[in-house]
Ligand binder design. Structure first.
Ligand code: 5GP
Length: 116
């Protein structure tokens, strides 16, 4: 599939749609998820035009992981979470709903049950 520049994350990156931004650098953009699975659920967006991880450059993937490592300590401190999940979904069958590569950072709290 060709990258669709009208997807919601592309609009957010262009400033055409609102978001709650928490971090940005040359290669990545981090915002609060609009429907958080747990308190503090963040999304790390690549700034590359890539639908799935297979379309993303190695450098783009490395930048997303570097951003995760940079912001996760502050996320844990601010939320008082006990751990976190980093996840990324590719194609409809895997649960992908927005076709612009993003990683979920989902804080986990002791004793709290979550879906995925
Ligand atoms: P995935 O494609 O990995 O299944 O998940 C897409 C994620 O984006 C979901 O967790 C959903 O809540 C989130 N999301 C969808 N639309 C928006 C939006 O307009 N703004 C923000 N901040 N998050 C969104």
């Amino acid at each position: 599939m060709a990258y669709n520049s009208q997807n919601i994350f592309a609009k957010i990156l262009r400033g055409e749609a609102p978001s709650f931004k928490v971090y940005e650098d040359e290669h990545t953009f981090v915002m609060m998820d609009i429907m958080p699975q747990t308190k503090g659920h963040l999304l790390i967006l690549t700034k590359e035009e890539a639908e799935t991880l297979l379309d993303l450059s190695v450098e783009g993937a490395q930048a997303c992981v570097a951003t995760a490592k940079k912001i996760a300590p502050a996320l844990l401190e601010v939320t008082n979470a006990d751990g976190f999940v980093m996840s990324q979904f590719n194609n409809e069958v895997a649960g992908q709903t927005v076709y612009h590569v993003h990683f979920h950072l989902v804080p986990r709290y002791a004793g709290q049950k979550v879906e995925r």
